[in-house]
Write a protein that binds this ligand. Structure first.
Ligand SMILES: Nc1nc2c(ncn2[C@@H]2O[C@H](COP(=O)(O)OP(=O)(O)OP(=O)(O)O)[C@@H](O)[C@H]2O)c(=O)[nH]1
Ligand SMILES: [Mg+2]
Length: 372
């Protein structure tokens, strides 16, 4: 008897209970699909620009639960399909240089141009002290109130690697929500700067007036990363020293070859407190973006960054899996002792441990959000 054509099935179709069975069946399917309803709804609301949905999705991104990780991935996938035309700007500088004040003034400038701005942070200190770089929203009183601005502090209790990855995923969500400019604030120390640099289109280094000693102390690496050096606090008694610093930095930057994309880093000065010099900074960034888009280097840089993050994430996950493998944990202790006593070579020990992990990890979960 055919599934749809037979006598019995005709009889059944006319019977009321069949209808119930069908609706039960549909309910079952819906129930099965229910886990995706939240992601679908959040994704759709984010794309409409709903800030509450955006904040909720970011919380999922920041969560260390595996279930939330899967949900956030589904949302990110959806958001990635959204075509955007954003500019990602990194802002760095030593504590007290005026990053928060600058972001407040610059953010307001951006929204006054009819654009939406999102402010995110990579802040490895936020887990240790409550004085996180964006925790201090009092430095951004106007921007906090601006409906076209979205401010999200750095997630706490995560390692730098964890924070950086979450920030990067949050960029995607913010862009899908229609934020045209993404400002990433980071402290001017070590790894967090490198992480920020590898997720932005333009990297801006804030400096203090007073060139002589500054020039001596400036790290070569950071100069090479910066697309612009901006001397902040160029106001009041500082105006003269800021101008001097500007000349000195320009001279110093001449010694460096232009970047791969042909851009020669610029030196400007501003007063974040008095809202001066910000137009020039915005124009400089706009020029950079225009040039980079013309030469395709804008797209190329983002492609390279995607590749970097793919490889970086694989590295992190592999390491995490290896060191969390209970078999490895036990054997590693023993191996360390043996290697220390020259009973076995480090290379042989490593090979054995890796082999052991390969055997024990077959079928092991590919992700664990813990310990990040
Ligand atoms: N005169 C002057 N003071 C400024 C300017 N920008 C910031 N400041 C002051 O410098 C101090 C530090 O400013 P913040 O914006 O908190 O600096 P920050 O770089 O965010 O500092 P951390 O969050 O500690 O890393 C504050 O007292 C600001 O008022 C400026 O353009 N001119
Ligand atoms: Mg600050």
């Amino acid at each position: 008897m055919g599934r749809y054509g037979g006598k019995d099935s005709n009889k059944q179709i006319n019977q009321v209970p069949q209808k119930n069975t069908r609706s039960e069946h549909i309910t079952k399917i819906q129930h099965k699909r229910k886990p995706h309803l939240l992601e679908d709804a959040l994704g759709a609301e984010i794309i409409k620009g709903n800030q509450t949905a955006l904040a909720r999705a970011i919380t999922l991104v920041e969560s260390t639960k595996k279930d939330d990780f899967n949900k956030s991935n589904t949302i990110i996938e959806k958001c990635l399909l959204q075509k955007t035309d954003s500019i990602r700007i990194g802002i760095t500088g030593v504590p007290g240089v005026g990053k928060s004040t600058f972001i407040e003034s610059f953010g307001k400038k951006i929204t006054s141009l009819g654009k939406k701005v999102a402010v995110l942070a990579i802040d490895p200190t936020s887990s240790q002290s409550k004085g996180s770089i964006l925790g201090d929203k009092t430095r951004m009183p106007e921007l906090v109130k601006d409906p076209n601005a979205f401010i999200r502090p750095s997630p706490s209790s995560l390692s730098l690697g964890g924070v950086a990855r979450k920030t990067r995923e949050t960029i995607i969500l913010c862009e899908a929500a229609g934020y045209d400019v993404i400002l990433i604030e980071t402290v001017g120390v070590g790894q967090s700067e490198i992480a920020a640099h590898s997720m932005v289109d333009f990297f801006l280094l804030l400096k203090l007036p007073g060139a002589g000693d500054e020039l001596q102390g400036i790290k070569r690496g950071i100069i090479e990363m910066a697309d612009a050096l901006v001397i902040n606090k160029a106001d009041g008694d500082n105006i003269k020293s800021a101008r001097f610093a500007e000349t000195e930095f320009k001279r110093a930057l001449h010694l460096y070859p232009p970047k791969e994309n042909g851009w020669a880093p610029k030196v400007l000065s501003c007063s974040a407190l008095e809202n001066r010099g910000l137009d020039e900074i915005w124009e400089m960034i706009a020029t950079y973006v225009q040039q980079a888009k013309e030469t395709d280097s804008f797209k190329l840089k983002r492609q390279q960054q995607n590749k970097h993050w793919l490889l970086q994430t694989i590295d992190e996950q592999l390491k995490l899996q290896f060191y969390q493998d209970p078999a490895v944990k036990t054997k590693l202790e023993k191996m360390i002792k043996e290697v220390s006593n020259n009973k076995v070579s480090p290379f042989k020990a490593a090979a054995e441990l890796l082999q052991m992990h390969r055997t024990s990890s077959t079928g092991a979960p590919t992700y664990t959000g813990k310990n990040e």
